[in-house]
Design a protein around this ligand. Structure first.
Ligand code: AP5
Ligand code: MG
Length: 214
């Protein structure tokens, strides 16, 4: 099963992707998490990506596409995966399509987690992220057991550099300009499914599993 999570920054793509990955035993592949891990480890890729991410801009396709294609070529992705944050531009989607086509494969579902901009800005300030394992929390909706510490790996939780209100607005603008057109792209391919992302995260997940098990 190959799934793409679509949706604005903060819509809950990562939250839902993680739940899908756990339930169906497929890897959760997040380009944002891959970049943040590289930033944390001080790699060349991380340093390049950070310049764009901190401004709320997209990392150029040349850097992003190769990383994603290498990742999904790994053994653990053989039975499928859930992509979170990729593709984010029409050219990225076309490259993915072509690469899959050459293997006789295709995307099964593109799930759009739909949340209006005004809800997003409120959510982001409360998010806390673990830069080591990618786990995501919310100080009100999903608090960690111990304040400021990741339940999964025990590392410190942080407010992401790109979650400042002015950067969030830039990310939303970039989303509407460059990523939202993917909704039509996948609709035309007959794989688009939309879920209401403003509901409680368990309800959002129930809607997604209903789609995947229909
Ligand atoms: P990325 O890491 O992908 O960030 P994003 O798309 O901006 O999305 P977020 O991770 O902010 O939100 P999310 O939808 O995962 O929501 P979450 O589940 O955390 O990308 C970051 C940057 O990397 C980009 O700006 C770009 O620079 C670069 N990048 C990455 N991929 C790229 C690509 N392919 N091409 C180019 N550049 C790329 O939820 C948000 C919060 O809300 C959390 O606190 C969560 O607990 C809470 N929450 C979730 N669901 C609910 C709910 N139903 N009700 C209440 N609260 C909820
Ligand atoms: Mg995310």
């Amino acid at each position: 099963m190959k799934i793409i999570m679509l949706g604005a920054p903060g819509a809950g793509k990562g939250t839902q992707a993680k739940m899908i990955a756990d339930k169906y035993g497929i890897p959760h592949v997040s380009t944002g998490d891959i970049f943040r891990a590289n930033i944390k480890n001080g790699t060349q890729l991380g340093m390049e990506a950070k310049q764009y991410m901190d401004k709320g801009l997209l990392v150029p396709d040349e850097l992003t596409v190769k990383i994603l294609l290498d990742r999904v070529a790994q053994d653990d992705c053989k039975n499928g995966y859930v992509l979170d944050g990729f593709p984010r531009t029409i050219p990225q989607a076309e490259v993915l399509d072509k690469a899959l086509g050459e293997l006789g494969e295709k995307i099964d579902y593109a799930i759009d987690v739909d949340v209006p901009d005004e809800n997003i800005v409120k959510r982001m300030g409360g998010r806390r992220a673990c830069l080591s394992c990618g786990a995501t929390y919310h100080i009100e909706h999903v608090p960690p057991k111990k304040e400021g510490i990741c339940d999964v790996c025990g590392q410190e939780l942080v407010l992401r550099d790109d979650d400042k209100p002015e950067t969030v607005q830039n990310r939303l603008n970039v989303y509407h300009e460059q990523t939202q057109p993917l909704i039509e792209f996948y609709q035309a391919k007959g794989v688009l499914k939309t879920v209401d992302g403003t509901r409680d995260m368990k309800d959002v997940f129930a809607a997604i599993t209903a789609i995947l098990e229909a």
